[in-house]
Design a protein around this ligand. Sequence first.
Ligand code: MRU
Length: 346
Amino acid sequence: MKIETLRWREGRLELIDQRRLPLEFAYVACDDAAQVARAIRDMVVRGAPAIGCAAAYGVALEAQRYAGAARVQFDAALEQSFEVLAASRPTAVNLFWAIERMRQCHAQSRDASVEAAAKALLELAQEIYGDDIEINRAIGRHGAPLIADGARVMTHCNAGALATAGHGTALGVIRSARDAGKHISVIANETRPYLQGARLTAWEMVQENIPVTLVTDNMAGHLMQRGRIDVIVVGADRIAANGDTANKIGTYTLAVLAERHRIPFYVAAPLSTIDLSIADGSAIPIEERGAAEVTGFRGVRWAPEGVSVANPAFDVTPAALITGIVTELGVIGQPDAIKIRALFGR
Ligand code: MRU
């Protein structure tokens, strides 16, 4: 089954409703930027590259809606769409990267008709989407040699086809290694509190017939200590200029454990996840989500009323704990600011 996380159908953006997986497989349709922003905020679509693609289409939807309007209205609607989309989630930089590209495209089409500008914006959204699939395949090609035949690969959260336009970053490396003929198995951490590992990664791996074992997050140390994990591959939401990496909460714990047990720890991410404007991980904004995700799940509450809750959705893994960052241009071993700048030809 080909997983089309986002698709453009007859002038609408359709998104797999990831809140309902794996119990139900259904699409929701968006007709304007505000609906896309809500879908991002409510986790209908999630995962850094997928959020970026959705935001680009959100701008394109708004442009389409105002393609018959006067230029001032068109411009005002687009400005509004940039703002509403940028306010949807704070950590994944791909969101801001995609909005910035759409903003530049809009600025470049100032002298064109609004119809032509709307067309250019849709074409760019489609390009960002198409490129993302190619980029993930390239990440997979570069990352596959890092996975030995027979490897037991731990991953966290979901950095798969559902988190991108297709193929995935961390799961893309796993898919590409399998496609290269390697027999690998995946250990998927459940990923409390939102269960992206249990619900989404486990589902993707089952769809692909890649052997997958689901564990709760607190089992990771024990499995590493017992020699049952060969390598760890995770995705990223934002990588600072020095290689410090924000990813789903719990990633830092894994990296510390991996160092202790001398297990290679790889981050797989496109260049659009690297934020050169942030010197190190301490400046990466960490999303704080609602208490209900921690006190229960889907309406079932297990924590007492009156308890206070912390729910940081991401944490930062220092570059020193990362064996390598796998990008579409290749693998940066032991990442640092100089190697990362070189990737961008700076
Ligand atoms: O809160 P989420 O589900 O959007 O968090 C997703 C992650 O942390 C992923 O690991 C990351 O975005 C990389 S996706 C290729």
